[in-house]
Write a protein that binds this ligand. Structure first.
Ligand code: LMR
Length: 398
């Protein structure tokens, strides 16, 4: 049976790490997969995570199942972080939240729920979008289509084209939006565009699925959730996939949640039953280790404050790296071609280089970006910025 299988091509993002590891150069720089690195090149375990994990393990006296709904303290904490503590939907019990295996697991559960609920039209994703969005949606049996999103030459969101495209969607269509720190471009709609988007979606009865993988790494925990919160105010139904990989540094623990803001407490209860059933038939029930760490942080004001402080520091550092890289590129090229890097938010910016230029970055300069020329700014330790800027300038002159 298995002999009939054809070899898989490398994953567009995870394959970059493999290629990087195989490169014997001592000067190589990995700016592929989205992980934050500090000035020593390490992806740190946040202080609050370390402390909470120890507290949690010291208290834990069993590894028996938690149950089909997973860690409820964690679910409540994620709802408050994403929606804001005083969100009316929380007060009214209109939110169904199930912990998931990372943000990707949340997206998969959301996609299966969308299919189950019979949303007829293809789910719309931004052009471009995270390389795994379409595979996750298609893997759950959904069709996908794109809406225009990014002007690569200008380094800005194509807000008017996006709105015009979405205005043509059939009522009930699902639209995948990036809550903040758009992946791969780093360009987010501004508050005015979010307001127009919320109006349009309400008018056309569209349902957003908001991927919130980088909350806190763009402009701040609340600022990064402003678009999502506006949609939740204006629309009867909003689906959200949250992740703790980046903002809690819990990458390998696979911690996330799928969150459904619904019209009534009754619909939320039914939705929760379906989410649990979808998880049950896939892998039975939510994992707990990483969720319990986040729940511990959320229940301890000192740990929570320290986590927020470290997240603020991470964000400030990434913004500093953006500025340094843009400045270095300006002086290499004598032009502001890459100035957008400084204005964008989150971990990534897309350089807009050709495939050949991306290949030359790797083979001649040992600088590894994603194949679409997405560069993980947050992966720079800092000291390699002059060499990276020289390399980008060299391949983008031709
Ligand atoms: C990324 O976009 O690099 C991250 O979200 C990691 C991944 O799983 O692709």
């Amino acid at each position: 049976m298995l002999n009939s299988l054809k070899p898989m091509p490398p994953d567009p993002l995870l394959g970059v790490t493999e290629a990087f590891r195989a490169d014997p150069s001592r000067d190589k720089v990995d700016l592929g997969v989205g992980v934050y690195r500090d000035a020593s090149g390490i992806t740190p375990i946040p202080r609050a995570v370390r402390a909470a994990e120890q507290k949690m393990l010291a208290r834990q006296n069993t590894k028996a199942y938690v149950g089909p709904g997973g860690n409820r303290q964690f679910a409540a904490a994620m709802e408050k972080i994403a929606l804001g503590a005083s969100h009316p939907a929380l007060r009214d019990g209109r939110v169904a939240t199930l912990p998931s295996t990372g943000g990707t697991g949340a997206l998969r559960l959301a996609a299966e729920l969308i299919r189950l609920a019979g949303a007829g039209a293809a789910i719309k994703v931004s052009d471009p979008t995270w390389a795994n969005h379409v595979p996750v949606m298609k893997g759950a049996g959904l069709e996908t289509a794109t809406y225009p999103y990014y002007d690569i030459a200008g380094g800005r969101v194509l807000a008017a084209q996006m709105l015009e495209n979405l205005a043509g969607c059939a009522p009930g269509s699902v639209v995948l939006l990036h809550g903040s720190c758009h992946n791969p471009t780093g360009a987010d709609p501004d508050p005015g565009h979010w307001a127009e988007l919320a109006d349009l979606m309400a008018r056309r009865q569209l349902v957003p699925l908001v991927d919130m993988a980088y909350q806190g790494l763009g402009r701040g925990l609340d600022a990064d959730a402003a678009g999502l919160r506006l949609l939740c105010e204006r629309l009867p139904e909003v689906l959200v996939a949250v992740s703790c990989s980046k903002n809690f540094g819990l990458y390998r623990e696979r911690v996330g949640a799928v969150m459904c803001v619904t019209e009534s407490a009754a619909t939320a209860a039914i939705t929760m039953g379906h989410l649990q059933s979808l998880a049950r038939r896939n892998y039975s029930m939510p994992p707990d280790h990483g969720e319990a760490i986040v729940a511990e942080i959320a229940s301890d004001p000192a740990l929570y404050a320290d986590w927020q402080k470290e997240l603020d520091d991470m964000r400030d550092r990434v913004n500093g790296l953006r500025k340094s890289l843009a400045t270095a590129l300006r002086s290499e090229l004598g032009s502001g071609r890459f100035d957008f890097i400084e204005q964008q938010a989150g971990m990534f910016s897309m350089l807009g280089l050709s495939k050949a230029a991306v290949e030359r970055l790797r083979s001649e300069h040992h600088v590894y970006t994603a194949p679409d020329s997405r560069l993980n700014v947050a992966g720079l330790s800092g000291k390699e910025i002059p060499a990276v800027a020289r390399a980008i300038a060299a391949v983008s002159r031709d």
